[in-house]
Design a protein around this ligand. Structure first.
Ligand code: PLP
Length: 382
């Protein structure tokens, strides 16, 4: 089976884990700090703007909490979003207000956000579909003009930029994922960015039981009395990363350019092989100044064959999927929105396998099976 997403883990990551084991410190420690510094460097921001968490979902919950989202508030987010983003809104007692997306890019336009906004809008959450930045710069400007905090779910976009600026840095908060399905993985893990370093300090406390941040060792070294006592600042959970996972994440972050280079080759090969194939369109061109992280490769069918093609591909050993099924249709969120762009995208889009472990032969096989399935299901008479 050709996987749709797949991690690339090997000897370097194992060696890093072995080193952590040998050091006898596996909790949040020097490796977590080094991973955070490396990630801040990667983004091009100071260390004080970034802290790690055990997942991107937890980082999103934290961002909405620090944005002051609560009961009576609306939060605008695209219907084509990761389910955790909508859960983070609803869990704070706020109402997720879903906006439409462009049916080709699956990203919202500034106008989509503006149309969905209400007087009760307390925050906006956007992602960068498949690594495509979308109109994030314009959306950030729209939010800033109105004093509405913007949270960027940059989990798809660890290396995406607009005019050299990293996705995740356009808003007030940015969050990234290092879970098992991402381009660079720590097995599990997330990163949190805030423009205001004071909010990062609060996020760090929230991520560790709301405790004031002075370690027992530091206090013991200062010969403080009773260094085991705690100072509680909020009733928080525990959402920290640990040195084992951070050691893996740091290696993966170092390998990210190599992963991106291979993903770009795979995308070029798909684009070339699928250009001009009747009945299927490839992802739209990136606007000038935009760079993607090549997280998704998606095709769209101009007739209702998507499900049949996906089933044929599965039988032929090619796993595909659709990210992200529109949340305005999930009853539990209680949305009555009518969003034709998201509906259209959801009916016609299929994510093809894209990862750095694909060989040219794998890509050719996917294309061959896709063309064969199209021939079976597309009526040549239209
Ligand atoms: C993977 C992903 C998440 C969740 O990340 P976790 O680290 O698994 O919580 C959130 N948003 C997007 C867009 C994702 O792709």
């Amino acid at each position: 089976m050709i996987n749709v997403f797949q991690p690339s883990l090997g000897e370097e990551e194992l060696a890093a884990v072995r080193e952590v084991f040998a050091g006898n410190w596996i909790g949040r420690g020097p490796r977590v700090a080094a991973f955070e510094t490396a990630f801040a460097d990667h983004l091009g921001v100071g260390r004080e703007h970034v802290t790690s968490m055990n997942s991107c979902t937890e980082a999103t919950f934290t961002a909405l909490r620090l944005a002051g989202v609560g009961p009576g508030d609306d939060v605008v987010l695209p219907s084509v979003s990761f389910v955790g983003a909508a859960n983070a809104v609803a869990a704070h007692g706020a109402r997720p207000v879903f906006c439409d997306v462009d049916p080709r890019t699956l990203n919202p336009a500034v106008a989509d956000v503006a149309r969905a906004a209400t007087p009760a809008t307390r925050a906006v959450v956007v992602l960068h579909y498949g690594g495509y930045p979308g109109e994030v710069a314009g959306i950030a400007r729209w939010c800033a003009d109105r004093g509405i905090p913007l949270v960027e779910d940059a989990a798809n976009a660890p290396a995406s930029t607009v005019d050299g600026r990293a996705c995740g840095l356009f808003g007030d908060f940015g969050v990234w994922s290092f879970d098992h399905g991402k381009i660079a993985t720590a097995v599990d893990g997330g990163m949190f960015y805030a423009r205001d370093p004071e909010l990062v300090r609060r996020a760090r406390k929230l991520a560790y039981l709301g405790l004031e941040e002075v370690s027992g060792h530091e206090r013991a070294a200062r010969a403080a009395d009773r260094w085991w006592e705690v100072e509680v600042t909020s009733f928080s959970r525990r959402s920290v990363l640990n040195d084992v996972l951070a050691a893996i994440g740091a290696v993966q972050l170092r390998r990210l350019p190599e992963f991106l280079a291979r993903r770009a080759e795979v995308v070029d090969r798909y684009d070339a092989a699928l250009a001009g194939v009747p009945g299927v369109v490839t992802p739209p061109a990136l606007p000038p100044g935009h760079r993607t992280s090549y997280y998704f490769y998606w095709v769209q069918f101009d007739s209702g064959v998507r499900d049949a093609v996906a089933a044929d591909l599965y039988r032929a050993g090619v796993y595909t999927t659709f990210r992200y099924p529109p949340l305005h249709r999930v009853p539990r969120y209680g949305s009555a929105a009518v969003l034709p762009g998201a509906e259209r995208a959801a009916e016609h889009t299929l994510n093809l396998p894209l990862h750095q472990g694909l060989s040219d032969e794998d890509v050719d096989r996917v294309v061959r099976e896709l063309r064969a399935a199209l021939e079976r299901h597309v009526d040549p008479m239209g």
